[in-house]
Design a protein around this ligand. Structure first.
Ligand code: ADP
Ligand code: MG
Length: 419
């Protein structure tokens, strides 16, 4: 049974991280203007933390005493949540830390996760301000669900890869270039992606590389990471027809404020860092072992599919439905389906056809467009080896080290306030 705010579970307060520079630079005033009163009326105790610089939030959650906080909520774009997720996964106690319920309030220019949870709640697309109110409302309701993360290896040094955790997307080619180039249109807010797309269309180019993936069917039926196999039906339903979540993956975290609530500055209490032990055979990094991946300097396992073409316009791996508010890129995706929704577009597509796909993406009909250059497949893991020495790869919209990259999904390892 679902529990709501007044059905007290445990005392807690919310750390609300705001990036004052996100979006058009109005995140703080948007928060005070649209959400703060709602939270106060719903009795959600919260402490505002204004980030001072890039990686401030990452360092803060890496060191925070998480027992003081019922949830970590981000009022920014996806970039700040990316910091928080990685800060949690860098902790020695990552397994417990990543259980901290996370929340998102769209305050940036790229609010893909906020758009996704709004969509999963069954609501129709809305304006940016309405999206903020919708997410504020979901936060007040305080229902928590499981969310997939992908582990991403970046390997200029294959034996010692950098590992990141991603909740949204891995992009290369057209989409990644738009992500970066549209930074300069930040002042127009979410429309920055539309502008970036139009500009990039004018200078459309081909990206060369090798793409390989582990198809879903290959591991279906196997007990992998304790996850049950995902049935076709489960992954192709509309949000309204989503199977109800089990008691395990849906719980209420919010509660009435305690009279003697804990120190509101608990975020600043340092977590005593201990020496990190290797967590698995394949990595000296904290976090779950990536059982589906082999080192980047070894060929992919034999059950992987190597894409025959090597000329692409884009590669986009998504684990949630929306790439931006108006880019419903992976319509089949649900919060914790344990799948990477892989879309790639082969070179040779005309500008008109590509534009048509992006326009169709607003309604999520691009996959049903019968475009011969577009391939959509659901996978557990993938590897991309770009050939050109320079280029752009983004993870959750953030630029990462360019070069060979591979990823595998970890079904439902994080928790997000949704519905
Ligand atoms: P947007 O969607 O507008 O890009 P993000 O939340 O993605 O908003 O933030 C953009 C970038 O700003 C991210 O890389 C984030 O890490 C970084 N950042 C966070 N806080 C600050 C800050 N106080 N000053 C500068 N950059 C910050
Ligand atoms: Mg961003």
């Amino acid at each position: 049974r679902s529990l709501y705010l007044h059905e007290v579970h445990r005392p807690c307060s919310v750390m609300l991280l705001v990036n004052p520079h996100s979006g058009k630079g109005q995140a703080l005033s948007l928060f005070t203007g649209h959400v703060q009163r709602m939270l106060n009326e719903a009795g959600v105790p919260h402490t505002l933390v204004i980030t001072e610089r890039q990686n401030h939030a990452r360092e803060l959650v890496r060191e925070a005493d998480l027992s003081q906080w019922g949830a970590l909520v981000i009022m920014s774009g996806d970039g700040l949540l990316f910091e928080v997720v990685n800060g949690l996964m860098e902790r020695e106690d990552w397994e417990e830390a990543i259980q901290t319920p996370l929340g998102i309030l769209p305050g940036g220019s790229g609010n893909a996760l906020a758009a996704s949870i709004h969509h999963y709640s069954g609501a129709q697309p809305v304006s940016s301000e309405e999206l903020l109110v919708s997410c504020g409302f979901l936060l007040c309701k305080g229902l928590v669900s499981r969310m997939d993360l992908a582990s991403v290896h970046l390997g200029s040094s294959p034996s010692n890869p950098t590992r990141l955790f991603s909740f949204l997307s891995l992009a290369w080619g057209f989409v990644a270039d738009v992500d970066v180039e549209s930074e300069k249109y930040r002042h127009v807010g979410a429309a920055r992606f539309t502008m970036g797309t139009l500009v990039r269309l004018a200078s459309l180019r081909v990206y060369k590389g090798r793409l390989a993936y582990l198809p879903v069917d290959e591991v279906d039926g196997e007990e992998e990471d304790g996850q049950s196999p995902v049935s076709l039906e489960m992954t192709s339903v509309s949000p309204q027809r989503q199977p109800p979540s089990s008691a395990f993956c849906s719980s209420t975290f919010l509660c009435r404020p305690l009279k003697d609530s804990p120190c509101q500055n608990a975020a600043h209490h340092a977590f005593k860092a201990k020496k990190r032990e290797p967590m698995s055979a394949n990595a000296t990094l904290p976090g779950p072992p990536d059982s589906l991946l082999v080192p980047l300097d070894q060929p992919v396992p034999s059950d992987w599919v190597v894409v025959p073409e090597e000329d692409f316009v884009l590669m986009l791996a998504m684990y949630q439905s929306h790439l931006a508010k108006d880019l419903y890129a992976a319509p089949d995706s649900t919060l914790d389906d344990g799948l990477i929704h892989l879309i790639y577009i082969r070179a040779g597509i005309s500008r008109t056809a590509l534009l048509r796909l992006f326009l169709a993406m607003e309604k999520g009909t691009h996959l049903a467009n019968n475009c011969p250059h577009l391939v959509y497949t659901r996978v557990r893991a993938l590897r991309l080896e770009p050939y050109s020495p320079k280029g752009v790869i983004t993870v959750d919209g953030e630029v990462v080290e360019y070069g060979p990259v591979q990823a595998q999904v970890h079904g439902g390892i994080a928790r997000l306030i949704t519905r």
